[in-house]
Design a protein around this ligand. Sequence first.
Ligand SMILES: [Zn+2]
Length: 496
Amino acid sequence: MGEILKKAKRIEKRLPENYSIYRNSITGTDNTTYALVRNSGTEKRLYVSGSGAQSFEGEAKSENIKLCPLTWENAQQLMDVFDWLVPSFPSSKPSFGFGDRTGLATPGHKRSLGEHDVFPIFAQQSIREMERTGRTPQDVMNTAVWGVFEEGYREGFAADADHLKTRESIEETAAVGFNMFTCDPSEHVTPEADSMSEVELEEALRKMERGKELLEKYSGRKFTASLPGHGYEFERIFRSNEVKKAIVKYFPAVKFAVDSFDWVSEARKGEFIFEVSVDETETPTTPLEHVFVAKELTERGVDLFSLAPRFVGDIEKGIDYIGDLDRFEEQLKAHAAIARSFGDYRLSLHSGSDKFSIYPYFAEYLGEKVHVKTAGTSYLEAIRLVAEKDPDLFRRIHEFALERFDEDRATYHVETDLSEVPGPGELSDEKLPDLFDRDDPRQVFHVTYGSVLNHRKGTEYVFRDEIKNLLKEYEERHYRLLESHLGHHLDLLTQG
Ligand SMILES: [Zn+2]
């Protein structure tokens, strides 16, 4: 610490007035010192002094000192110097996705790791989220890399291109260095299979290439899977009716996932990890369907890092699990055993924000073989901060969110009761942050994030810049809120 302090003092002397240093970021090579600094206007810069400064674009302060904007070009230069800034891969520990919709949350996310033995995915965003927030894959990578640098976090992190539905989005995210690819074949899933009659299933099967062959392959066959350390055995025989359903429901999705895996292999220069997620389909994935999907994927050469089934019960956005916990536990055991036995991949929980009551089951039955994705809950902490610090701005957002809610909820799975959401004028300033401790208001703000962040009058963003400026102004408070809220998630996930 003494050494860092000395370095900080040395840097401070060379900085223009009103600049401060993020001490955790101070680092160097033989001949160059690097640090993240910020001026009183909350503008951040990369400070570089020494011979390495030549490689960076920025304002020269003296011969070998530069203050450089946090551009992607400069980030890439820095990634060439420090390999801990380049996305890497999790070893044997739970992995956790911290989606960051504001681009300002990564340092808070890093702090939530604390002593938890968890591998972070600091860049994680779906194409849908990027469209809604007006961000690009490059911007998502860029803010994550600078956040990691700010905190001086050297333990490694991954970058997850989430819910990929096209070859184009695979190529676009691979090009900027994402190293985890989550294929979403849900448009190729046929949930109607669950309610089809025998005749309809046969008809659908006849139209499918290889349908008959698959039916013969699985019908009457027994599949077993076990969960080491839990004395749990999964043993089922595929009845032909179940096989038909599984094929009709999932086989086209399997084919799309296989294609996607090949597209990633071509687009990504170097290693990658791959997830298949069917969490956004209407009906739960049964254990037998899971067996079918896993076998068909792995036999076609797909190396699965993780798979996200659609679990039983209601996994709604931004609130705890709704449903029968005993039933959830039973199903999870079966899915966990299958994941162990048919490819040894992780089970992935999407919309993992605030699912506190089911985390202990993941900890118990999956241990390190779990992957969780969160995003909305961090945005809610940001808006909680707005409620705390700027009641006027918050009330405007609140009013707008209520106007937008009916339209925005359509693409989400939420059962919000609007009568439980007070209007913007109904609460005193002090009570505003408490809204974020209640399910129904949380969901209103959760599903409207895109509308709020992207709302424009002419070319000007109505809320986005004000929100971001506030988050910058109260940066430490923002980081602390994230540290504590996400830290609670990690406590539950790693207990036991
Ligand atoms: Zn998802």
